[in-house]
Structures are given as C-alpha cells and as structure tokens.
Design a protein around this ligand. Structure first.
Ligand SMILES: [Zn+2]
Ligand SMILES: [Zn+2]
Length: 256
C-alpha cells in the first residue's frame, strides 16, 4: 500500500477569484516542489482547465496525479466539490452547470468594447502552456440553479464523488448557509479547511460518520500543499480515491 499526499482543491486562472499565476505549469510545478503527489483541479462551476493541468503534469518528470474536479455553487450558495473518473465526465457536469449561469457581461458591442479594454480578460481557458484559448462568458462566481441535493445527484450521475467544501467556514459551507448537515444528502466526504484543521475543527465534524479530508483551496501558487489528505491506496487512480474515501478494501484516508 502507498501513502500519497493529496491536495484535492486547487483553482486555476479560470476561477474569477484565483491569481493569474495559477497556470497549469505553475500549479504542477508548485505541487511537485511541495511534495504533493495528487491534486484535484476544482474551478468554480466549470472543469474547463482540467485537461490543460493534466497535460502539464504528464509532461513533467514525476508530475502529480491530477483528479478532474469542480467546485459547484448550489442555489443555497453552498460550495460542493466533485471529483470525477475522467476529464470528460467532469466537463459534462461542468457544462450542465455553466450553461445555466448568467452571462458574465452583456454581449452588446458597446459594453463588450468597454469591458474588454486594454486589461487581459478574466475567466481564462488555457492550454498546458498557459496560452489563452478562450474566455468563459458565463458568470462563474454566480450561484447555479441546482439545489444542494440536485448538485450531489448531478455529480453522482456523472460518475463522480461529492464532497461538502470547507465545512468549518461561515460562508459558502453547508453549516454556514443551512445551519445543519441534511442527513439525506449522500456526501462522499466532508472537507475541512487547512485553517480549520489548525484549530482542531475536524473533531466537531467526526460525529457525522462521513470521511473527512483537508485541502488548501489554493487560489495562489504559494497556497498549494497547505492542506493535505494522506491517501492509503494500492496505486493512484480515481477508483482508488473512491475506495480510500469509502475506507474499503484496506484503502483509507486521513487528514495529514
Ligand atoms: Zn469554496
Ligand atoms: Zn475553492
């Protein structure tokens, strides 16, 4: 059995709140430099840069294993992480969310010319080298129309695993937005932020009987690896991650 260091919540330049420095090459380089062996790319409401990060990792000598992910904002403004068996399934889930978001800016010629201006656009879809190949026109920071339970169902219907993000935070978390953890929503894991782990918050959430993980929720390269989950797996694959989250067949995971 291997024990791998995983940081399963990393944003790229596609997230409107992330640094422009979060290019595929920078993410995989920082992860490798910090001893992070598994990463999950989780942009807000889209999986548009997952393939580029995976390609950047594949070009590296001993690059991190990349899990295709997303961070969906539900209609209650709860953040839910999805991890998927392939980039295609992540993109499928992302497309279902993105197409129901409002447009980021009105597509009239007047506002388009004003807003584009000399500044580089946000919400960049990039290739493995960081070249901008497109701009996401939907407002990725907006809440989707999917409720919490519909979001978890959407992730599961695309073959994914659903994790309630940063449970210890007051905003955009299940407890922060709803005041409780609905017992009928089948989460595959609960994420505690790195700051929450440093305050011992994971003890508060152990009573739910759902696997706990911790990740960095990186928006800047220097944050990568500041929250780590140790995965005990036979090798690294999505199926092994699923077993580790379930604690099945000798696999497991623990907040490191
Ligand atoms: Zn979040
Ligand atoms: Zn996030």
């Amino acid at each position: 059995m291997l024990r791998l260091a995983a940081d399963l919540h990393i944003h790229t330049v596609l997230s409107p709140c992330a640094s422009r420095a979060m290019t595929p090459a920078a993410i995989v380089r920082e992860a490798a430099a910090r001893g992070v062996e598994v990463i999950a790319v989780c942009d807000h409401n889209t999986a548009g840069n997952v393939t580029a990060v995976a390609a950047a990792a594949a070009r590296m000598d001993r690059g991190p294993f990349v899990i295709a992910g997303i961070e969906i904002t539900t209609s209650e403004e709860v953040h839910v992480l999805g991890y998927f068996p392939s980039a295609e399934s992540a993109v499928e889930a992302g497309r279902a969310v993105t197409e129901r978001l409002p447009l980021w800016r009105p597509l009239t010629s007047r506002t388009a010319s004003v807003s584009r201006g000399p500044r580089e656009p946000d919400q960049q879809i990039v290739d493995a080298e960081g070249n901008v190949t497109g701009i996401e026109e939907r407002m990725l920071a907006a809440a989707s129309p999917y409720s919490l339970s519909e979001t978890v169902d959407l992730i599961h219907s695309c073959g994914g695993l659903a994790i309630a993000a940063h449970m210890d935070r007051r905003s955009f978390s299940v407890p922060g937005q709803l005041g409780f953890l609905p017992p009928d929503v089948p989460f595959d894991g609960l994420e505690i932020s790195a700051a929450g782990v440093s305050r011992g918050c994971e003890r508060e959430f152990a009573c739910h009987g759902i696997t706990l993980i911790s990740s960095s929720d990186s928006h800047f390269p220097t944050e990568i690896g500041t929250g780590i989950t140790a995965l005990d797996v036979e090798s690294m694959s999505f199926d092994e991650l699923a077993l580790a989250l379930r604690g099945s067949c000798g696999r497991g995971c623990a907040i490191a």
